[in-house]
Design a binder for this molecule. Structure first.
Ligand code: SF4
Length: 92
């Protein structure tokens, strides 16, 4: 998550950015702050197939599946199936 993502999501949840980071995020030295999503552990913000922070979800979720590795040079999707798509990525 970018700093802006953290600020938006923490504001939406009415907690401080520091609280949000400590409570919900992991850190990796190569990619920075992220929400952990595992095969047997869906995102903590996924509830009833909807994203609880939909209005402030991270860019990676907002833009899924139109990621660089999934589109051609014209922006067309190269595939239709994805391994573990989050249902919340499409929720409005
Ligand atoms: S779209 Fe899915 S992975 Fe992204 S924040 Fe929402 S629930 Fe989590």
């Amino acid at each position: 998550m970018t700093d802006e993502d953290v600020i938006k999501a923490s504001t939406l949840l009415n907690i401080t950015s520091i609280e949000f980071i400590h409570k919900y995020l992991k850190h990796h030295e190569d990619i920075g702050l992220y929400i952990e999503v595992l095969e047997d552990k869906p995102c903590v913000f996924l509830k009833d197939n909807k994203c609880l922070i939909n209005d402030s979800k991270p860019e990676q979720c907002r833009t899924f599946p139109y990621w660089e590795e999934y589109v051609d040079k014209n922006g067309n999707l190269l595939r239709r199936k994805f391994d573990r798509p989050c249902p919340g990525a499409k929720s409005k």
